[in-house]
Design a protein around this ligand. Structure first.
Ligand SMILES: Cc1cc2nc3c(=O)[nH]c(=O)nc-3n(C[C@H](O)[C@H](O)[C@H](O)COP(=O)(O)OP(=O)(O)OC[C@H]3O[C@@H](n4cnc5c(N)ncnc54)[C@H](O)[C@@H]3O)c2cc1C
Length: 446
């Protein structure tokens, strides 16, 4: 029996890397019952979203049912519902339908969404790449512009095959490389009547190097690799406006395009603002070293939702490994507390960072000392690490089959044009029926 005298109730908001890891560890204790709340019924594997968008992997490879993942744990109750408010004083969350869930402990792990930094038109017209729905919508757009241009080649002159990627971090670099491979390897074969050679990918970033947090050698390797694949780098310029038919840059250049991919940055999910808690960079909740929120020892914030202080006091980066480990640590601290022991500061085990830049090309900086790898070795390491991060054996096997299919077969296994998002393009009007699909609102710019 614990010091509470009965089963302790932990309410977790978010079934991402952080929330799921926390729930799984808590599930092993007989002293605890957990309510895990997520607005979706699936856990999405964000690191592979760009492969979903470029038809290399299917939905089932990058999303798993939360209920199925936790079905063996009878002390976890899963609720699919959107939380719209959190009250840290009473450890209660309220849903869009007006229901409330109160816990002895509240764990906030609601992740992040695109940050448009107030860029004109970006929220309405750009294609962000931070959720499953967004990746599916982008895939539909890429396939639609090829189909439309194949039917009416004049559309190529209107920028149908121009793609603009905003952001030169890991997400932007990865999608630019994957898109270049899709065009160079697959589309050239599958659209023999279309002048695919006129397709252009521009990657825009206001900084002067790609992959900022990586060592300098990786910046150069990424730039060289993308240029070899035909990607035009526009570094040192800002995106001033995104419209449905063009992107305007700070140097006055206007690029005609129907596909502006937004990989420009992240901010905490809007739930962060509702809790009335101190927010820092990116709108994320500031937490103490033990992951609790200042003044609320039974409220935790973790993963992408929080600014977690690292050893140097600076916030740790938004990474799957930080999220997963912070989820496990939170569970450990909750279990310590209900056993009458003290909480301990989060000790992040830094395994390094990696990014894929397309076929046979990747960069990795491994461990705290950042041992550098690039080329096919880093590519193989990337495949292995990401397969291990996936939550189920079935997902791993399916992903490997799809990877092998596109690698050796040079075709895309999941090239299915899903019209459910209404993404038809009205080429005459310069606007499209699907452009009203809501993108998350940009609230803070940092
Ligand atoms: C394109 C891309 C590529 C990446 N590549 C890598 C990589 O290679 N390696 C790496 O380590 N990291 C990578 N990351 C980062 C990594 O995916 C994130 O750091 C990680 O997903 C954060 O986990 P989380 O649990 O904090 O949030 P998430 O995984 O975002 O989970 C948050 C959960 O909360 C739910 N939720 C949100 N709001 C609500 C609400 N109001 N009510 C109910 N539920 C809600 C969401 O549905 C979601 O399931 C990448 C991220 C992106 C976007």
């Amino acid at each position: 029996m614990n010091i509470y005298g009965s089963k302790v109730h932990v309410v977790i908001v978010g079934g991402g890397f952080a929330g799921l890891a926390c729930a799984r560890k808590l599930a092993k204790s007989d002293d605890v019952r957990v309510t895990l709340i997520d607005k979706n019924n699936y856990h999405q594997f964000q690191p592979l979203l760009y492969q979903l968008a470029t038809a290399e992997l299917g939905t089932g490879d990058v999303a798993t049912s939360i209920r199925q993942s936790l079905r063996r744990h009878s002390n976890i109750d899963v609720k699919m519902v959107e939380v719209t408010a959190a009250d840290p004083r009473t450890r209660t969350v309220t849903t869009r339908e007006g229901e409330s869930y109160q816990g002895d402990f509240l764990v906030l792990a609601a992740g992040s969404q695109a940050n448009f930094f107030g860029t004109a038109g970006a929220e309405q017209s750009a294609f962000p790449l931070y959720s499953l729905e967004e990746a599916q919508r982008l895939r539909s757009r890429i396939l639609t512009v090829f189909e439309d241009a194949d039917r009416d080649p004049k559309l190529v002159k209107q920028g149908a095959l121009n793609f603009v990627v905003v952001g030169g971090g890991a997400t932007g670099t990865e999608i630019a490389g994957a898109l270049a491979d899709m065009i160079n390897v697959t589309m050239t074969t599958e659209y023999p009547d279309l002048a695919v050679k006129h397709a252009r990918i521009s990657l825009v970033d206001h900084g002067h190097a790609l992959l900022g947090p990586f060592p300098v050698k990786a910046h150069d390797y990424a730039a060289r690799t993308l240029q070899q694949k035909g990607v035009q780098l526009r570094l040192g310029v800002e995106v001033k406006e995104v419209a449905s038919d063009h992107v305007l840059l700070s140097d006055g250049t206007s690029i005609q395009t129907r596909t502006a991919v937004w990989a420009g940055g992240l901010m905490a999910s809007p739930l962060a603002a509702s809790a009335g808690l101190p927010q820092g960079h990116g709108g994320r909740i500031a937490v103490r070293p033990d992951l609790t929120v200042e003044g609320f020892p039974c409220v935790y914030a973790l993963g992408d939702f929080a600014n977690i202080p690292g050893p140097d006091g600076q916030p740790l980066p938004q990474l799957g490994s930080v999220a997963q480990q912070s989820g496990e640590w939170t569970a450990k601290n909750i279990l310590a507390e209900i056993a009458g022991e003290t909480r301990t500061p989060f000790d992040y085990h830094d395994k390094g960072i990696m990014a894929m830049i397309g076929r046979d090309a990747a960069v990795a900086a491994v461990g705290k000392k950042r041992h550098e790898l690039d080329g096919p070795i880093a590519f193989a390491a990337w495949l292995g690490v990401h397969a291990l991060l996936m939550s189920g054996v079935r997902e791993r096997i399916e992903a490997f089959i799809d990877w092998a299919w596109s690698y050796f077969g040079r075709s895309r296994p999941i090239q299915v044009l899903d019209r459910s998002d209404g993404g038809r393009i009205d080429w005459d009007a310069g606007s499209e029926s699907g452009s009203t699909v809501a993108s998350p609102a940009a609230k803070t710019a940092h």
